[in-house]
Design a protein. Structure first.
Length: 346
């Protein structure tokens, strides 16, 4: 019973954000495995061609689920020091059949500031559509407390079509400084703070999201050599952070990742404990993945809920990422790779 009550509270709060309060973007635990979603400046950052998908199932222990997914392709053009990309993002929650879909184009430019220091700047323009079907919602005024029956739609949805759609154009920018040891940058999404209300004569803005990311990579003693290529296998330890602020929420991810090629192990903490009542103390995240010489990377992570919602009630969160990086075009470009960002694998 407690799980159902908590589930209803969470879902009602989520629905209310559509038109009453302010919405918040989906957070991926493997945010470096969703590079273009994290920062447009990371478009083409592999300096090869990259195709990837991400899937997140949040709080499966509740009666209604949140599912998010992202797919992208990007390519680096050496002659123009530029990266171009196409991204598709979507998320869905089952209570109101609310879905948000986005398709966007990204561009980035790489500038060499010194022998070892580089700067990337990028931008993205997207078309977004939100779709909701409210007929399955149950409000207190619809329940007959005598016999327990549920009646028809009441005044709570007055002025809102049961099957509602809303679309708009969105913009994002980002920048990143990096060497072969560290990186630091930031991005801003929803620059124009577009109106996302389903009601024509009302305004509910999507607040601008500002994020800052950075980290440091330490190379450990080299491992053995690959049997076929005789190339030394990488051994490294990386530390990173990702801070996000989207009014009225803020959040900080702190983590470390150990790469023992081809195995990747990671642990994260997501939260920013404060004295206010906002749900910032959220999760501890464990990650395992493989990064193969063929260019295939597969990662799985699990969020253990540490907020008041509780692990038993929420069921945590599952997340999977898959991407494939390869050379497309002139084979001589393989030797032109100047300095790949030493970001996390996931």
């Amino acid at each position: 019973m407690l799980r159902k009550v908590l589930g209803c509270i969470v879902m009602i709060a989520w629905i209310l954000k559509l038109n009453v309060s302010k919405s918040q973007d989906v957070q991926y635990s493997q945010f470096y495995a969703a590079p273009m979603y994290l920062n447009p400046a990371l478009t083409g950052a592999s300096e090869l061609t990259r195709v990837g998908v991400n899937y997140r199932n949040q709080w499966p222990g509740l009666d209604h689920s949140f599912n998010s997914y992202s797919a992208y392709i990007d390519h680096y053009i050496f002659d123009y020091n530029s990266g171009i990309g196409l991204i598709f993002n979507g998320n869905q929650e089952t209570l109101a059949n609310l879905s948000t879909n986005e398709i966007g184009l990204s561009y980035s430019y790489r500038l060499q500031l010194s022998q070892n220091l580089f700067f990337r700047i990028g931008g993205q323009v997207s078309y977004m559509q939100r779709d909701a079907f409210f007929s399955d919602l149950v409000f207190g005024s619809m329940i007959d407390i005598v016999n327990g029956t549920v009646g028809g739609i009441t005044d709570e949805l007055n002025g809102i079509p049961l099957d509602s759609k809303h679309s708009f154009v969105d913009y994002a920018v980002g920048g990143l400084f990096y060497t072969d040891k560290f990186w630091i940058g930031g991005s801003a999404h929803h620059l124009t703070e577009p109106n996302i209300s389903f009601v024509d004569d009302q305004t509910s803005v999507l607040p601008m999201k500002v994020s800052f990311q950075g980290g440091y990579k330490m190379n450990l003693s080299s491992g053995g050599r690959d049997y076929f290529t005789h190339i030394g296998q990488e051994r490294s330890l990386s530390f990173a952070f990702n801070y996000k602020q989207q009014d009225p929420f803020n959040q900080l991810d702190l983590g470390a990742q150990l790469f023992l090629q081809p195995l990747v192990l990671g642990i994260w903490y997501r939260g920013l404990p404060t004295k206010n009542n906002l749900p910032n103390n959220e999760a501890v995240i464990g990650l395992v993945g493989v990064s193969l010489e063929s260019g295939l990377d597969i990662g799985y992570s699990y969020d253990v809920t540490v907020s008041k919602l509780g692990q038993k009630n929420s069921g945590g969160a599952h997340e999977i990422s898959i991407r494939y990086t390869f050379l497309w075009g002139d084979p001589r470009s393989r030797n032109q790779r100047s300095r790949v960002i030493p970001c996390f694998k996931y």
